[in-house]
Ligand binder design. Sequence first.
Ligand code: SAH
Ligand code: SF4
Ligand code: F3S
Length: 434
Amino acid sequence: MKKVYIETYGCQMNVADTEVVFSILTREGYSRTEDIAKADVIMANTCSIRDNAEQRIWGRIDYFRGFRKKHPGLIVGILGCMAERLKDALLDSGKVDLVAGPDAYRNLPALLAAVSEGHPQIDVELSREETYGDIKPLRLDKGGVSAFISIMRGCNNVCSYCVVPYTRGAERSRDWKSIVREACDCFAAGYREVTLLGQNVDSYLYEDVDFADLLAKVAEVSPLLRVRFSTSHPKDISDKLIETMARYPNVCRQIHLPVQSGNDRILEKMRRRYTRQWYLDRVRKIREVMPDCGISTDAIVGFCSETEEEFRDTLSIFEEVGYDSAFMFFYSERPGTLASRNYPDDVPQEVKTRRLEELIALQNRLSLESNRRDLGREFEVLVEGPSKKDAAQLCGRTGSGKMCVWTDSTHRAGDYVRVRVQDCTQATLLCEVV
Ligand code: SAH
Ligand code: SF4
Ligand code: F3S
């Protein structure tokens, strides 16, 4: 049996895709290895979202090739978004034998067979239908607690800075019945949390089932199964969704709502299709219906022509919302996107870096303030396993997505435990069992 090793980069959807790839390959007689030195096939499932994500992969490709010295027949393959974006350029580099885009994974067994006969292979065809809905993913964390379920693929939004519509193709939703079946399978296998994944979950639509309907169906699998989802688009998150969340105690009170910028001119240029006021109204609605809902975000600083005052609007919207956590980036121009074709990337790198540091410093304070508000409160947390820092402690998340640690020798992964917050850092709630 040929052994396959895969490294996964980028977003959660890539993690879910790697599980699909392993499922396809193990059905065809390959086995999974976690030891790169033993692999017959080494692949990276890649990300193109920012330039540094791609640079990192080039470094890994050189490292993978190093194993050829000891293993002459070794196959090196690139999957995912970078495969889709760079296409032949990857093969032309002479460093890889196989290039397969996100919709080509069913062909991997055939592609690998052809590579074994000495012919490099590429398949970067995008599909309007492929959702891998019928494939039961091979979970990477056997006996795990939390699983990803991909509910749709692609994106139709074309935000001007973003490469995803080009690397993942048109948006399509997976049959809701296969999603509910997968959630049932997860629960039966011992999982106690599923995260429904899509670039814009609010535009999920299969026949007449929209995302709020789907969420309800998954929540009804079992009251003991926690349900999360990501990512929501501020222009599309509906009152129906917010009210559906509130109806099900096992739907976690957490919304990842990427704001990108707090300034209307920049939002318009980014083609986000909402305004600052619209965004703040959505936040108000969420908090009105679920006062305890965690809200996190993504933001980009130094987008084309962003002035200092416009950047201050991003700082002020962070302050106004008081995010629990955030992912923050400086703008990285992506070839082929609307922004790269229409606007010069004209904010100097040192200005981007300084703005990013300022935003991160603000969020660090907001995260700490958010955690301090929870001092003395009780939460039901789902145990994920031993804490990384101290084996005598367990860790798990609140519904709102905050990481808790506490000393405990009686519970184990998959249990629900009631804890009280005694102390906190910016990243963690330090708790005791109630
Ligand atoms: N579908 C999600 C975003 C997925 S990409 C949404 O619409 O919110 C994850 C994050 O990467 C984005 O939210 C954005 O903050 C960041 N990002 C995307 N393109 C980028 C670029 N060209 N430069 C810097 N950050 C970028
Ligand atoms: Fe990219 Fe915008 Fe689609 Fe998100 S919604 S993946 S940022 S194009
Ligand atoms: Fe990266 Fe592709 Fe995800 S570009 S963020 S891996 S959709």
